[in-house]
Design a protein around this ligand. Sequence first.
Ligand code: FAD
Length: 555
Amino acid sequence: MPARPVILTVDDDPGVSRAVARDLRREYGEHHRIVRAESGPAALEALKEIALRGEQVAVILADQRMPRMSGVEFLEQAMDLFPRARRVLLTAYADTEAAITAINVVDLDHYLLKPWDPPEEKLYPVVDSLLAAWRDTPDRPSAPVRIVGHRWSSRSYELRDLVARNQLSYDFLRADEPEGARLLEAAGADPDQLPVVITEDGTALIQPTDAQVVEAAGLATTASEAVYDLVVVGGGPGGLGASVYGGSEGLRTVLVESRATGGQAGTSSRIENYLGFPNGVSGDQLTTRARLQAEKFGTEVLTTRTVTSLEPRGRARVITFDDGSEITAHSVVLATGVSYRMLDCPGLEEHTGQGVFYGAAATEAASCAAQDVYVVGGANSAGQAAMNFSRHARRVIMLVRGPSLAASMSHYLIAQIEANPKIEVRTCTEVVGAAGTEHLEKLTLRDRNSGAEETVEASWLFVFIGAAPRTDWLDGVVARDGRGFVLTGPDLPGGPNGRRPAGWEMDRDPFHLETSLPGVFAVGDVRAESVKRVASAVGEGAMAVSLVHRWLENR
Ligand SMILES: Cc1cc2nc3c(=O)[nH]c(=O)nc-3n(C[C@H](O)[C@H](O)[C@H](O)COP(=O)(O)OP(=O)(O)OC[C@H]3O[C@@H](n4cnc5c(N)ncnc54)[C@H](O)[C@@H]3O)c2cc1C
């Protein structure tokens, strides 16, 4: 039985909170689960648990005047967890100004004046229309899957991360707990061959591939056509930008993403500097909306497909996937971004996914509640993660190799970290060892000045030490710089006039974002000399499509 969608209400006045929940339960209790909380933080905790269980939230009703966190502040964070949930602010008459502001800030659907009696006239018609809108919101088709695995198995973690990052609904059940064991037995699955994914129709997928899991949950992994106007490789902000513009401008466009759309931005808890979001926006929310927008314009999105080669055949551009299958396109946008560098020290590799994570690992954040979390890195991504973990953890210890954060982190973030009593910054410190049995238990830290080593109890380590492009598969196909970033336009190594690369066949200079292979463009972080920002990746994605049109007109 799929879980009933949740309607959540939060109000710091226990009497009001109970009254709203009672009215909601009376009308909607049969088909919805009504959850109530008496503070913003408590409601956020409830939402996180709901998210971890893979359940859906349809409507959130929040009181505006709550002491620890206002309704708008709560809704902003709630949106990160459940972007599709419809949002209502409960306000007193005097708060209508705040409510109107909230319409812009948190994309509020409705503000409801208190009291709402009689509910038949004032509450139910509003909730009815919001539930209908929630049901009608275009969302990727998602059939809930259940993952049964060991709590600390790396592969179980990978699968949970995969489905969570693709915004698919799922339940995770531990194989050593009664419900997980029962499911395995019912599915006829061998408990020694984990993880097992059980699909909505009861099929058990034993140790499935990523593609099998997302397919079972309803995402496309194979192209519906053999030839496209435009293939976009990589589903981060750059690729999504190109896909939205490609699709909206009538190009038959397919986006190919090896893991989950959103790319690095999808892992960012809060992007503070993206235009139009004065209070920041979670990367997940921004990129989920972009994906919906691309699909709305007809772009096909393939998930868990890695492109392994690109080859010119005449004026056609052929890309090959890891299983050997091909798609032909008239043009290609490379938006493959960068991937995290791995931290190299004894004991870390075997604990990856078992307490050691690269990136923010959103699925794990709630598990760190009331524990110490170590964050390695001194740049913005590490700072954002530290701020985010400080909401759950007892203490966040940032391990920074350099003497301060000033050289590598934005001022606003340094100020937030300094003002946060839960975050401790240890400069001139590096991780030199890790140990544990099933899960990370200890870290050895070295003071880079004195050389002194110290072993600390640690269950959670999140690593953010920079990133590198993975472009080896483009070797010999497009020109790259010494670090593997793709060269484009004016940065290409020149021919006689300094602007045309060797072997360039066109009777024109390369376009601005064009690589050394005509009709193939590069955008975002993978492009040499690019600004490593969401806005610039999106902008370049849009710009590349206008250059694609010029290429298509004059091939
Ligand atoms: C934690 C964090 C916080 C950040 N915060 C901010 C911020 O606040 N503001 C800001 O402006 N920027 C921020 N950034 C930087 C920003 O996210 C990046 O600049 C942006 O995501 C780059 O977009 P992109 O599309 O070029 O590449 P990416 O986001 O790196 O996406 C590339 C995608 O391509 C896919 N891919 C790679 N190779 C292949 C292949 N061969 N086949 C198929 N798919 C492939 C990858 O899986 C990935 O999804 C942050 C980054 C991180 C990690």
